[in-house]
Ligand binder design. Structure first.
Ligand SMILES: [Zn+2]
Length: 121
């Protein structure tokens, strides 16, 4: 019969590897993108991740990172990687993402700034 072991996983359920070393996971949790203390896109009320058809390659799809925060320019690292942390525009996720509240009633499209739509891979 196999021996039973205790393993630890990230409390933010980010998919980080499960390990028997508790300290390794505790160290990870401090820097995890799903940790609200990091103020990263993945926990921000203004962030949306969407998949749309790639206009340059019809039939193929691309992931996009979208920052909907009005009158806000995301940090440089967002423009490079489609994700940022320690973001000055970060806001805590409420019941619904904040960006849903700025949808135009007559359109399915949110009023976002095109510069803030970043393709990610
Ligand atoms: Zn994690």
């Amino acid at each position: 019969m196999p021996r039973k072991v205790t393993a630890y996983g990230c409390k933010f359920r980010c998919g980080y590897r499960v390990t028997t070393k508790k300290a390794t996971v505790e160290a990870h949790e401090k820097t995890c993108f799903r940790n609200p203390d990091r103020k990263a896109c993945s926990t921000c009320a203004w962030h949306e991740r969407d998949t749309c058809e790639d206009l340059e390659n019809p039939g193929f799809f691309k992931n996009y990172s979208i920052c909907h925060k009005p009158d806000f320019t995301p940090p440089e690292m967002y423009k490079k990687h489609g994700v940022a942390w320690d973001c000055p525009g970060w806001e805590e996720f409420g019941e619904l993402p904040a960006w849903m509240e700025i949808y135009d009633e007559c359109s399915d499209e949110p009023e976002s700034t095109p510069n803030n739509v970043i393709p990610i891979f």
